[in-house]
Design a protein around this ligand. Structure first.
Ligand code: AMP
Ligand code: ZN
Length: 494
């Protein structure tokens, strides 16, 4: 079965086929780096990461590009407030975003930054003016003329036939139901950052950034464009209008949108006090792997209601999977094979695949692996799992983890980094006792490490490499790096 995905453009689930053989060219709208990313943002980024990983598992090569919006209304306002340049202001949050994404095992796409593409954006504006699709206003800004693009509204399924020709809006985000000529290029207001270009001084509008950079990287027509559902209108509608009226070709073929996340049944907002960054959660003592697991657990088109109870359950789920793997790696098994177990592993792999092929049904894929773990654990207890079955079970776990990426137990070093960051930023008051306890209980003394290293040496001498690997993983998770060299085993703290 091929992958079937919901395409916002056709408003139905369709078979996904790339335009060129086995290469998938995809673009995801990235963060606006004016603050730390919140769990809503990461809900969408995790959804895109799951898609990317599943496409790769399905045999595609992926060209995945993501923009960093490093100039927009908010950034300009905040950098002026703080008396720093736009670049100085955004560098801090871009770095934080990349650290956070890595913390929850999001693979890094090719990154493109708006401020590195200003000349191309100015040129794009000039070409739209030449084609009669854009016009300049008195202050030196440029707007896209929606009336010239009759297909406007085809993505968001809005009917704009009665809109006013020439009504304009100059902010990047605006009311869901108003179709207005939108700013392609904004003339500088006093004191604002701007660039000198052939279309005059100013800066690009947000929508333009994504059109220019996606087509530069991926070509005029590419396979898939992704973002959160709030971007359908106006952002993606505007990207389509600009791009297609310039090239005369279809822009992106698939439109992939993740549903917005709620927190405890409410829209997340600072005023409600239910607004969380990833770092907030880690400072409360939660593990990055639990956060990733939870964000991945609800299929991307369903509403994910984030709760702390859900996060605790996610931690239990991840622990069960890790313990199961440890049991497989370190257990003693009788020789032989049990066909039933191999069949179980094979069927689990098939079930996970068909769940993900069904519009990325991550919940069902997770349910399939847990069913395997449940049955295999029962079989363990009765001695029905044989040495020959272990690779098949490990293979099913590995296939699961190629997508979900929670088995590697490196939470503690990551949590430690967040702790250090909070201390360096004067955020002591946000550090919870739970985080301190988690980190302290995991700290091994030198003597304890030496004992483990001796066990590891004994395991290697007995050629029990599974056991040796399990010990090494145990130490790694506690911040100890073990190196095996021809002169013996060495270790150091990370
Ligand atoms: P921004 O940094 O605001 O440009 O947003 C980055 C990404 O996060 C976009 O794809 C948004 O659609 C997405 N996003 C923002 N808030 C949420 C939310 N509550 N749930 C899911 N995705 C969100
Ligand atoms: Zn975008």
């Amino acid at each position: 079965m091929p992958l079937r995905l919901f395409n916002t453009m056709s408003a139905q689930v369709e078979e996904f086929r790339p335009l060129r053989g086995t290469e998938v060219r995809m673009y995801a709208c990235g963060p606006t780096v004016y603050d730390y990313g919140h769990i809503g943002n990461f809900r969408t980024f995790v959804a895109v990461d799951l898609l990317r990983r599943f496409l790769r598992q399905s045999g595609y090569t992926i060209h995945h590009v993501m923009n960093i919006t490093d100039v927009d209304d908010k950034i300009i306002r905040n950098s002026a407030r703080d008396g720093v340049t736009v670049n100085q202001y955004t560098a801090k949050y871009e770095k934080a975003f990349l650290e956070d994404a890595a913390m929850i095992a999001i693979e890094q796409p090719t990154l493109v930054r708006a401020t590195d593409h200003i000349p191309e954006m100015a040129e794009f504006v000039a070409r739209l003016v030449e084609k009669g699709m854009a016009y300049r206003t008195e202050d030196g800004s440029y707007y896209f003329r929606i009336a010239k693009f009759p297909r406007y509204g085809k993505l968001s399924k809005k009917d704009f036939s009665s809109m006013l020709d020439g009504a304009r809006v100059d902010v990047d985000e605006y009311e869901k139901d108003s179709a207005r000529d939108f700013a392609l290029w904004k003339a500088p207001k006093p004191g604002e950052a701007s660039w000198d270009t052939p279309v005059g001084p100013g800066r690009p509008g947000w929508h333009l950034e994504c059109s220019v950079m996606s087509m530069e990287q991926l070509g005029e027509s590419f396979d898939l464009h992704a973002g959160g559902e709030d971007l359908i209108f106006p952002h993606h509608e505007n990207e389509i209008a600009q791009s297609e009226s310039l090239t005369g070709k279809p822009f992106a073929h698939f439109w992939f949108h993740a549903r917005f996340l709620l927190v405890e049944d409410e829209k997340m907002s600072k005023s409600l006090g239910n607004f969380f960054t990833l770092r907030d959660l880690v400072l409360k003592g939660y593990k990055p792997s639990s956060i990733r697991y939870l964000l991945a657990s609800v299929p991307y088109r369903h509403q994910l209601n984030f709760t702390f109870h859900g996060l605790q359950q996610a931690a239990v789920s991840v622990d069960r999977l890790r313990n199961f793997r440890l049991r497989l790696s370190a257990g003693n098994f009788a020789d032989g094979c049990n066909e039933q177990i191999e069949k179980l592993a094979r069927e689990t792999i098939e079930r996970m695949r068909s769940a993900l092929e069904d519009d990325l049904n991550t919940a069902q894929a997770q349910a399939a692996i847990f069913e395997m773990v449940r049955q295999a654990n029962t079989a363990f207890d009765s001695g029905a799992v044989k040495r020959g079955d272990v690779p098949a079970l490990l293979d099913a776990l590995a296939k699961f983890d190629e997508i979900f990426a929670v088995l590697q137990d490196d939470d503690l070093p990551k949590m430690k980094q967040v702790l250090e960051w909070a201390r360096s930023e004067g955020g002591e008051k946000d550090i919870s006792q739970e985080l301190l306890d988690a980190l302290q209980s995991a700290e091994l003394s030198d003597a304890e490490v030496e004992t483990k290293i001796r066990e590891m040496k004994a395991a290697r001498a007995a050629r029990d490499f599974n056991k040796s690997d399990a010990i090494r993983a145990y130490l790694f998770e506690r911040g100890i790096l073990v190196e095996i060299t021809k002169d013996g085993i060495r270790w150091r703290r990370k």
